[in-house]
Ligand binder design. Structure first.
Ligand SMILES: NC(=O)c1ccc[n+]([C@@H]2O[C@H](COP(=O)([O-])OP(=O)(O)OC[C@H]3O[C@@H](n4cnc5c(N)ncnc54)[C@H](O)[C@@H]3O)[C@@H](O)[C@H]2O)c1
Length: 349
């Protein structure tokens, strides 16, 4: 009898422990479909509803056993939902974030989380006021290639870094010429692409940008409906004094990929599409060391999974600092401002 009672109590404790207290909804089912699938699979989470303005995507509700709506507000106002993921077009993020904050939902939003400084400060102010958890989807922090580089830097393999460069080579020009990116009122290739590289730089340097200056052109999309720069190059002055350069090259004739060059006092890391090279010598005949890393096809899921876990475990020390999320966004906004003013612009985080 006592044994039976003990067994029932331990079973109940186990059930309580795994009661899914996070109830999620996703808006936008392009890249956002992946958010919904992650919610569905997570042991901490229940997928309540998905949303897309295209009714043809209702089929995913059947597959994922959840509700479907064409109206984002139905997710944002749903009292049973406490985590909203936003993967709509960039120009809708601000309104959907603000409404989610006011409804006290935790928020996971695709980059860029906003498009101008006015929106940026309103989001920042309201996040402070309503104290909800907030994160933007910086997937590259979990890419094995960049994790390896981070480890090399932390292990002091290149000494003190004094310069860092990175390229976001998009290689998907048709998405600018034919897709929504060319149709919404404003699109920034830095906010849409270079932001990932800026985030990596902030993470690797543990320093945030202080000021930026930029140049851009649109040679590759001039004859299309896309009316903005498709190629933007910026210099960054980090608070630590490190110099940086980032490019968002959306018209390049290459497959989609990212590169970096990181120069330190005792070594240099050169990262191309599929290779990390570590240089430890200036000698003419010296060879670089080819640093191996393992491919991880699931790396894109990791940031959202760890966000879910941090909400579930009420973990305040989440591994991406909120101030970094704001620093990379503010850097992109300053870069876009500099394209207009043609001057150095302060990054007002
Ligand atoms: N973190 C990353 O690596 C990454 C990768 C791709 C896209 N993204 C971001 O995801 C967002 C969406 O891009 P995508 O490539 O998935 O586009 P997409 O066109 O593939 O999908 C977007 C979907 O959202 C729907 N949608 C748009 N606005 C909506 C609204 N207001 N209400 C309801 N549904 C809406 C569209 O109908 C479409 O089905 C963008 O902000 C983009 O920058 C991030």
């Amino acid at each position: 009898m006592i044994f039976q009672i003990k067994f029932l109590i331990s079973k109940k404790i186990k059930l309580m422990r795994f009661k899914k207290i996070i109830r999620a909804g996703t808006i936008g089912l392009g890249f956002g479909l992946n958010h919904a699938k992650i919610f569905k699979k997570s042991k901490f989470c229940e997928l309540i509803s998905i949303c897309d303005k295209e009714n043809s995507l209702k089929k995913y509700a059947k597959i994922l056993h959840c509700n479907f709506t064409e109206d984002p507000e139905k997710i944002i106002n749903n009292k049973s939902i406490n985590l909203v993921s936003i993967a709509s077009y960039d120009n809708f993020h601000f309104k959907q974030i603000m409404n989610s904050i006011k409804n006290k939902k935790n928020i996971f939003v695709e980059k860029p989380f906003c498009q101008n400084f006015n929106q940026y400060y309103k989001i920042k102010k309201n996040l402070k006021k309503y104290k909800v958890k907030f994160l933007s989807n910086f997937v590259l922090r979990n890419h094995p290639k960049f994790k390896k580089i981070y480890d090399l830097i932390k292990k002091n393999k290149i000494g003190k870094i004094y310069h860092i460069e990175g390229e976001y080579n998009y290689g998907r020009i048709s998405k600018l010429k034919k897709g929504w990116r060319g149709k919404i009122p404003f699109y920034s290739v830095t906010q849409g692409g270079g932001i990932h590289i800026i985030d990596l730089m902030i993470w690797m340097l543990n320093s945030q940008p202080k000021k930026v200056v930029s140049l851009g052109n649109n040679f590759q999309t001039k004859k299309s409906k896309f009316k903005f720069n498709d190629n933007v190059v910026s210099l960054i002055n980090f608070k630590s004094g490190v110099t940086g350069k980032v490019s968002s090259n959306f018209g390049c004739v290459t497959p989609h990929h990212h590169t970096m060059k990181i120069y330190g006092s005792t070594g240099t890391i050169i990262v191309s599409r599929n290779k990390i090279e570590l240089f430890k010598s200036r000698k003419k005949k010296s060879k670089s060391k080819n640093i191996k890393y393992k491919i991880d096809s699931k790396y894109k899921d990791k940031i959202l999974n760890s966000f879910i876990e941090s909400i579930f475990k009420k973990n305040k020390n989440f591994n991406i600092k909120l101030s970094d999320v704001f620093a990379s966004m503010a850097s992109c906004l300053a870069i876009d401002k500099s394209l207009k003013t043609q001057k150095w612009e302060k990054v007002k985080i």
